[in-house]
Design a protein around this ligand. Structure first.
Ligand code: GRF
Length: 208
């Protein structure tokens, strides 16, 4: 069984989609061992507790230096021996040591079709504002492995959604979440849990 550690910072709707996916069989061979937040007020922690999943906060504010925080974060993750780390709305810039230690074992969800609207500064509503400003007719979401760059790791799954006349960033964000993010996040985890994802020369391949 794939042991998953989920890192969050906010509402945790993607976490909820994973919990639901495990419960309803969309995700097999996997279980969430821990949910870790940098933000003590993250509703995602409550979602974890409601589902009897250990919920832990490791806040940078509790440490004098970034290095101490990084060390504590890595130690906390290691305690649960995860096979896969899932970034589900995690706003923390991960230390290189963690990324290297868990190479090809950390995944992230980005609310656009990478390589569009990604990289530095493209997070939250900014992504959808940029998509609307450019006038794209399709946007969507991407699940990818995490490497040391910002949104540069191997792409696992993508799903497109239409941009419609009258969309605001908020309306578009909601559509991307409901129609793309909450679907491909559990699907990607299921593929990994069942040994269907391989990375070769920086490209992820799915063996269906
Ligand atoms: C999502 O839009 C995700 O794509 C981005 O952060 C947001 C997290 O939302 N990385 P939630 O906490 O899962 O509700």
């Amino acid at each position: 069984m794939l042991r998953i550690g989920v890192l969050v910072s906010g509402g945790g709707t993607n976490l909820q989609a994973i919990i639901d996916g495990i419960r309803n069989g969309v995700v097999t061979n996997a279980g969430i061992e821990v949910v870790i937040s940098n933000n003590p007020g993250a509703y995602a922690l409550q979602r974890a507790m409601d589902n009897n999943i250990p919920a832990v906060c490791v806040s940078p504010k509790s440490f004098e230096t970034r290095d101490e925080f990084n060390e504590a974060l890595i130690a906390k993750i290691d305690e649960y021996h995860p096979d896969l780390i899932v970034l589900a709305g995690c706003m923390v810039v991960l230390p290189a040591e963690l990324i290297n230690k868990y190479a090809n074992r950390i995944i992230n969800i980005h609310p656009a079709l990478i390589p569009s609207f990604c990289g530095k500064g493209f997070y939250g509503l900014h992504v959808h504002e940029a998509a609307l400003e450019r006038g794209v007719k399709l946007t969507g979401a991407t699940v990818h492995f995490v490497d040391e760059g910002t949104d540069t790791g191997p792409i696992i799954l993508q799903k497109a959604v239409p941009v419609l006349k009258g969309d605001t960033p908020e309306i578009l964000q909601k559509r991307v979440m409901t129609e793309a993010e909450w679907k491909i996040m559990p699907q990607a985890i299921n593929l990994i849990a069942n040994g269907k994802v391989k990375v070769e020369n920086g490209i992820a391949w799915i063996d269906e």
